[in-house]
Design a protein around this ligand. Structure first.
Ligand SMILES: Nc1ncnc2c1ncn2[C@@H]1O[C@H](COP(=O)(O)OP(=O)(O)OP(=O)(O)O)[C@@H](O)[C@H]1O
Length: 318
């Protein structure tokens, strides 16, 4: 909604220059196209537009000039058509190659034991039913994509499976012997999940986790232990999301709901993080439920896809 308001202000002609900061972040394809159309309108009607984005499809749709930045330095600039079709800098080439449509297909593994089951599940927010009659099963080691338009209820479904929201109907059953802490979530907005410091000591003390478990985990996730002394705003988006993964893994999850875990990240960091998550699902036998608005990402990373569609009860699993 914030994006829509910003674009509405731009269209009203309240500014000759419009700054759009990640205007398609977290939006589905239809809404992204809509935003691109509104932004194009700014320049078509004589305004100037500066867009900051990780979304290369948006950059292509907007056209004009592109400046590629890396660590605060200009790597390359030129027309969008030239930079995106014939990049001169290695970094630009790497960025383009890191887009999900260029990823290799994942090797599908045979799923393991069932860890979570939903039967006749209805997901609601207040009096609104977002989805109903859902029968779902999640198995150890599988990567399940969760797709659907913005606002359809993907986060609400994940939260209901985790027990954070009560089902409007039906039931969710965890496999015998698995407590609620083994069902974890990676948040869309990691800063909100860390308060006020990144230290994991409080979590480890509360859940009596042996201190010697942390160093190898930090190493596996390529995280410098010094990061633990910083605040959430003092690390990069990729580091923050990897710290979120470390925190979740300390609790030995069997089910991880990753709610758009890469929506704040550049294509290279996104590719690295998704490879890390899918690798962890396989290595640690975690059922990973992965939400993304990028069909290519879901198609390449997931073993199967649950698709939520409007109207609320239109739901298909592929
Ligand atoms: N805490 C809440 N209380 C009431 N309604 C909510 C709450 N959180 C979300 N909603 C509403 O429930 C609907 C589904 O939201 P949800 O976040 O589950 O959708 P989503 O598919 O994950 O969306 P997006 O892709 O935009 O993140 C939306 O209409 C939203 O406004």
């Amino acid at each position: 909604m914030a994006q829509r308001l910003a674009i509405a202000a731009a269209r009203a002609g309240s500014a000759g220059i419009v700054l759009a900061d990640e205007p398609t972040k977290g939006l589905d394809l239809a809404r992204s196209d809509e935003v691109a159309g509104h932004l194009c309108h700014v320049t078509e009607t004589g305004g100037a537009l500066l867009t900051i984005t990780h979304d290369l499809e948006l950059a292509e749709a907007l056209g004009g000039e592109i400046v590629v930045l890396r660590e605060g330095r200009v790597v390359e600039c030129g027309t969008a058509a030239r930079v995106l079709s014939a990049p001169a800098a290695d970094y630009t080439m790497d960025l383009i190659a890191a887009e999900p449509r260029h990823w290799p297909m994942r090797n599908r593994a045979a799923p393991g034991a069932e860890v979570l089951r939903a039967e006749g599940l209805a997901v609601g927010r207040g009096r609104r039913i977002l989805a109903s009659s859902l029968d779902l099963t999640f198995r150890a080691g599988e990567v399940v994509g969760l797709a659907g338009p913005s606002g359809v209820g993907k986060s609400s479904l994940g939260d209901t499976l985790l027990g954070l929201i009560a089902p409007a109907a039906g039931r969710v059953t965890r496999a015998a012997g698995l407590g609620p802490l083994r069902f974890q979530k990676l948040w869309q907005d990691p800063p909100a999940a860390f308060a006020p410091r990144l230290a994991l000591a409080d979590l480890m003390a509360r859940h009596r986790i042996a201190p010697d478990r942390l160093p190898p985990l930090m190493e596996r996730l390529r995280l410098d232990p010094a990061l633990l002394d910083r605040r959430p705003g003092e690390v990069s988006g990729g580091e923050l999301q990897r710290l979120s993964i470390a925190r979740a893994l300390l609790l030995d999850p069997v089910f991880l709901f990753a709610d758009e875990p890469t929506s704040r990240l550049d294509p290279l960091t996104q590719r690295e993080l998704i490879a890390l998550l899918t690798g962890l699902a396989r290595d640690r036998n975690v059922a990973l439920l992965l939400v993304s608005h990028q069909p290519d990402l879901i198609g390449k990373a997931a073993d199967r896809v649950i698709r939520l569609d409007l109207p609320a009860d239109g739901m298909a699993a592929a």
